[in-house]
Each structure stands twice: as C-alpha cells, then as structure tokens.
Write a protein that binds this ligand. Structure first.
Ligand SMILES: NC(=O)c1ccc[n+]([C@@H]2O[C@H](COP(=O)([O-])OP(=O)(O)OC[C@H]3O[C@@H](n4cnc5c(N)ncnc54)[C@H](OP(=O)(O)O)[C@@H]3O)[C@@H](O)[C@H]2O)c1
Length: 331
C-alpha cells in the first residue's frame, strides 16, 4: 500500500519536500480490530507541531518508516470485531496518511454518511467541529444575546464556531480572516454578520467601530496578539476560549505574553480548550450539530486535493495559512 512518511527528522515548519510517498506492507487486521480502507484523510495544524515533537508530549513518526499521523474516514474491509461489519463506514483517529489503517474496534467510530460527502466527518462532524462545539457550548456557554468573535474564521474550527453560536441564539457573530477571498466565504457562505481581513489597512479600527465594548464571547485560534485585540473590545465579564495559536506554532521567537491587565480590567474569564477532553461527549455533539449539517444550516468549505501524493502540498498550504476551508485529501 502507499503511505506518506517524513523523508528525514525535522525541526522547522514542515514543507512539502520534507515528505515522501513510499510503498509499504499492507497491515493485517488486528485481533478484535478492523482494517479500514481510507477514502479521505485530514490535514490538521497540530500535525505540524507533532512532526517536530512539540504536541502534547507525543513522539514524531519515525522518518522513512511510520505514516504521518492524522484522522481519516474509510470503509471496513476486514473485521475481527463483533461490533463492526465489512462495509461499515468509520471515522478513524489513528488513520495516518496511507491507504489502509489497522486499528482496534473502538478506534473506528461508525458513522452514517447517507446523503453527505464523507469528508464532512473530518470537518464540521469531525474533530474540528467537536472542538468548536465544545468551546461554544461546554466552555463559553454561548446563548441568546451573545456577541461572538472568532479568528481563522474561514477554517473548519472557526467556521463551525460562528455557525454553532448562531444556531444557539447568538445575536451577532463576527470573524477575522486573512484575505478578501476568505472573508467573502465567511460572510456569504457561513453567514457571519461581518468578517474583518487582517491583511487590509485599517481593519482593527473597523472591527472596533463595529463591536467595541459589546463583545461577550471570543474564540482564539491564532495568536496572543489577536487575543489582546479581542479582549480590548470586550464588555465586562466576557468569556474567551483559548483554542489555538496557529501563527505561533512555528515562530522563531516565543509568543507575546497574555495581557493580564486587560483580563483584570475586563473581568474576563479565559478557558483553555483541549479537544481530547470532549471525546466522551461525541454523541451529544453529533446530536446537536449533525442536524445543522444535514439541513444545510452549517457548511464548511474544503481545501481539497485528490490522491495521497497530493498530501504534502496540501499540508504545506495549511502550514502557510493559505488553505481556504478544511484541508483534506480524497484518496
Ligand atoms: N485546542 C484544541 O484541542 C484544538 C483542536 C483542533 C484545532 N485547534 C486549533 O484550532 C485552530 C484552527 O484549526 P483548523 O483545523 O480549523 O485550521 P484552519 O483554520 O483551517 O487553518 C489554520 C488557519 O490559521 C490562520 N493563521 C494565521 N496565522 C497563521 C500562520 N502564521 N501560519 C499558519 N496559519 C495561520 C490561517 O487563517 P487566516 O489566513 O484566516 O488567518 C490558517 O488558514 C488552529 O490553531 C488549531 O491548532 C485546537
């Protein structure tokens, strides 16, 4: 089978040239487990840190040998488990950038893709959607009357944050994204009230003119600088969810500190979010978000390519923040 591996150990922002496609032995179906033929694999920012040994203490994959880690969706082609049958479609956390994944049965979560593209289960109905749902509903407790801001708003997490907040009754939902194309997507397809392009002149003043002193919820995906800007527009007792620092994962210098004075002045509450803590609430997430996706009330664009050999280039785009929507590869 084909799989993508690291060409060499790295300690820099991953580039496409750091990867290679190799031919590897197709794994056997494990005892009590399943063999899944993957149809889609997910490209996620945390993998860039993981490849450098900087994610949650997890070791990087061995260069030249182990597949790049990542979530995937596929079909069970062999089963030695009573819970899974050949033909079942499953979401696999430990899928990897390869054609087949051999995993324990509880590592292959059965899904019902009827009427949906399976790729949705890597996006709004996968780990990014769960992250957004957890932040909005379990941590920030977003509801009627809230005014919400999120950055990296065109991505899967950011796009779900705004749309879930809206479905929960938020009064106004704002995004920040890099470039006119992303902002148009956020406003027209995702239905945010406005999106501010941080690459355009005067954007922070325009944001303040719209929301200053009224923001009640912020979801941070990008940097402590963005968090500071959001906090400065907070009303008292706002809630911020700290989810990611996409602009800082591969920076040479350490990030700016968090703005303690602002947090005190705004009486703000900050929650750190790690999606792993919410995997046991997956069913609740699906019960709430799947109807939104099925009805078309929640959509996420895809930055998609075909074929495993395209994975390194898609990943390089993600590492550069050039992806428009959920980065993934269809095999
Ligand atoms: N805490 C958790 O458990 C958890 C779980 C899942 C994801 N996350 C985090 O959630 C965030 C969004 O994830 P996602 O999967 O939906 O990704 P994404 O938003 O599709 O991609 C990351 C985005 O970050 C923005 N960005 C800003 N500065 C960047 C830079 N210097 N380099 C690269 N990207 C930059 C880019 O959008 P713009 O051009 O619009 O700025 C880029 O498209 C990430 O920070 C991710 O690590 C955290």
């Amino acid at each position: 089978m084909k799989q993508v591996v690291l060409r060499h150990a790295i300690d820099h922002k991953p580039r496409a040239a750091d990867f290679e496609l190799i031919e590897a032995e197709r794994p056997d179906c494990p005892d009590s487990g399943v063999l899944v033929k993957l149809s889609h694999i997910s490209m996620d920012p945390y993998v860039g840190s993981r490849l450098r040994g900087r994610h949650m203490g997890e070791a990087p994959p061995q260069a030249g040998v182990e597949a790049i880690p990542g979530h995937g969706v596929g079909e069970v082609v062999e089963s030695r488990s009573e819970t899974h049958a050949v033909g079942d479609v499953a979401y696999v956390m430990e899928a990897g950038w390869r054609e087949f994944a051999a995993v324990p049965a509880d590592g292959a979560r059965k899904i019902d893709p009827e009427g949906l593209d399976r790729s949705v289960f890597l996006s709004s109905l996968g780990m990014p959607g769960l992250t957004a749902w957890a932040g909005m509903t379990q941590l920030a407790g977003v509801g009627e009357g809230d005014m919400v801001l999120v950055d990296a708003a065109a991505g899967a997490v950011g796009g779900c944050v705004g749309q879930i907040a809206r479905a929960r009754g938020a009064a106004e939902v704002y995004g920040i994204a890099g470039g006119a194309e992303k902002c148009a997507l956020v406003e027209r397809s995702y239905g945010f009230d406005a999106c501010f392009d941080y690459k355009a002149e005067g954007w922070a003043d325009q944001l303040a003119a719209r929301v200053a002193g009224r923001l009640s919820v912020h979801f941070e995906n990008v940097s402590t600088d963005m968090l500071t800007l959001a906090l400065s527009n907070f009303k008292p007792y706002g809630r911020a969810v700290l989810c990611g620092l996409a602009a800082q994962y591969h920076a040479d210098a350490p990030p700016a500190g968090i703005p303690t004075g602002l947090i005190i002045g705004k009486r703000a509450k900050l929650h750190g979010l790690v999606v792993y803590d919410f995997y046991d609430r997956w069913d609740r997430f699906m019960d709430e978000v799947a109807p939104l996706v099925r009805s078309g009330a929640l959509t996420i664009a895809e930055d998609r390519a075909e074929g495993l050999e395209a994975a390194p280039a898609v990943f390089e785009r993600l590492m550069d923040g050039a992806n428009v929507g959920k980065a993934l590869v269809a095999l």
